[in-house]
Design a protein. Structure first.
Length: 127
């Protein structure tokens, strides 16, 4: 059997396994995106959250992933700042020279602006 034919068969065999993952991602995005206020999705505060790379571990909406969920934040700013400046785990520390207090406050405002997600029972696609 020619090598190209085997590669095509291998790719075709993997496609069905990727379909549930792709569908899950699409449904999650469709269900969760409307819960975030449009102003929060496009705010300068969110831009800072993204530009400092917070989304890489905490997700674009602070929902968690590789790191814990951070939104909505229940902590007062002082506790949030302490955690960002001296994290207890693998998160990198952000010194004031890297992330000034104004930018940190903006990121905090963004995280606070994200509402609690709806209960699973209230999401028709997940019932």
């Amino acid at each position: 059997m020619p090598i190209g034919t085997q590669t095509q068969k291998t790719r075709a065999a993997r496609r069905p396994a990727l379909l549930p993952l792709a569908l899950s991602i699409a449904v999650s995005a469709a269900v969760l995106a409307p819960t975030i206020p449009a102003a929060a999705q496009q705010s300068p505060d969110r831009e800072l959250y993204v530009s400092y790379g917070c989304y890489q571990c905490h997700g674009y909406e602070g929902q968690g992933g590789a790191a814990p969920r951070v939104a909505p934040s229940l902590y007062p700013f002082e506790a949030f700042a302490q955690f960002v400046r001296r994290p207890p785990d693998e998160m990198p520390a952000y010194a004031p020279g890297q992330l000034d207090d104004d930018a940190l406050r903006a990121i905090y405002r963004y995280v606070r602006s994200i509402p609690e997600p709806p209960p699973v029972a209230d999401i028709p696609l997940l019932r």
